[in-house]
Ligand binder design. Structure first.
Ligand code: ADP
Length: 341
């Protein structure tokens, strides 16, 4: 394996193993990972310890983890350029999280929007792990001294928590960690197909997965809300409802070479002129999405048919991650006065 990245800028990111990846995860996170793997020292994780903070099925957790690793590979993450980690295989994540939790206030965690959202979503499942989530996420990034984090905009408050913990740690125990920043992508916020909020694995009806075929994509888009088509004026993509549909069209037509710009402009003009036919727009959008996903689905088949190759990639990454994780823990425990002779 050619991977060697010790001297480059460090990147860490993870995706929860809660369900199949959707186009929000792809545009908001995976596309950023694909960009940074070219130049930086990257570790991309499937964060199973985060997945168990919300209700889950023990029987399918492992399948979900593996499916995400395969999605990563199918999307183009290249084990010659980056490491693919399964979070719980590196126990140092939880060790560091505990150590960091001793320098961070509970009150700040209780105020975080993601914690409040999850509390509202699962009122009978409000556990310590859920509150602790941002500390574990900080530990995930800090364990590998991450400087760049390709994640969607929903994760910005957690990156801010990480920076706060970094500053606190460095000021208490000496300069140790860099302050990480989010690596943004154009699709940093992909709206839900329900027309409300963001696309999410845990909200049924909100997403299109990377493995959906054309027919499924059509069906899912059919449920996305529209309006009478007679509103007119300038379309506002950041508005709920039909704005979500236009955002998706924008994200799937906005290519660097400008080759698909005319499609977006056509529907924007029709919206303004009150002549828009949403069924036609949805049909065209379904084709655009499927065209982008089809090569990934082809590549996915290869990895599904070569499970041993996937096992080897996971095992090799794990070994390399463990070495680096142990180094950081050793350094942290020394600075915190926890190494005994
Ligand atoms: P989900 O909310 O779908 O369960 P995760 O919490 O596992 O997703 O997030 C995995 C990655 O995908 C994170 O980087 C997150 O910011 C990004 N992400 C999740 N949903 C979206 C979205 N709707 N738009 C853009 N990025 C997203």
């Amino acid at each position: 394996m050619l991977y060697s990245g010790y001297m480059k800028k460090k990147v860490y990111s993870g995706i929860r193993a809660t369900n199949r990846l959707h186009i929000g995860n792809y545009l908001g996170a995976v596309k950023g990972m694909l960009t940074v793997q070219e130049d930086y020292d990257c570790i991309f994780s499937v964060v199973d310890l985060h997945a168990i903070t919300t209700p889950y099925d023990t029987k399918i957790l492992q399948t979900n983890v593996r499916e995400i690793i395969i999605d990563y590979l199918a999307a183009g993450l290249d084990p010659k350029k980056c490491l693919l980690e399964i979070q719980s295989q590196i126990p140092e994540h939880t060790e560091l999280a505990y150590l960091l939790s001793t320098i961070y206030p509970v009150s700040r965690l209780e105020d975080l929007p993601t914690y409040k959202d999850k509390k509202a979503q699962y009122p009978k499942y409000v556990n310590m792990g859920l509150l602790f989530y941002p500390v574990l996420m900080a530990a995930d990034i800090m364990l590998y001294k991450g400087e760049l984090v390709p994640v969607g905009i929903d994760q910005e408050p957690h990156i801010e928590v990480t920076r706060e913990i970094v500053r606190k740690f460095n000021s208490m125990f000496g300069e140790t960690f860099p302050q990480p920043h989010r690596f943004n992508t154009e699709g940093e916020y992909v709206p839900s197909l329900t027309g409300n909020g963001k696309m999410s694995k845990s909200v049924e009806g909100s997403y299109i997965t990377l493995t959906d075929d054309l027919e499924t994509i059509r069906k899912r888009l059919a449920n996305a809300p529209t309006d009478s088509g007679k509103v007119g004026g300038q379309i506002e993509r950041d508005k709920e409802g039909v704005g979500a549909l236009f955002t998706l069209l924008y994200l799937f037509t906005n290519k660097q070479d400008g080759s698909l710009d005319h499609i977006y402009e056509k529907y924007e003009n029709e919206y303004r002129d009150k002549t828009i036919r949403y069924s036609q727009m949805k049909e065209e959008l379904a084709n655009l999405i499927f065209n982008e996903l089809q090569p990934l689905q082809e590549k996915r088949k290869y990895f599904e048919e070569h499970p041993q190759e996937v096992d080897e990639i996971i095992a090799e990454s794990r070994e390399k991650c463990l070495i680096r994780a142990r180094e950081t823990i050793q350094e942290v425990k020394t600075k915190m006065g926890l190494i005994y002779r």
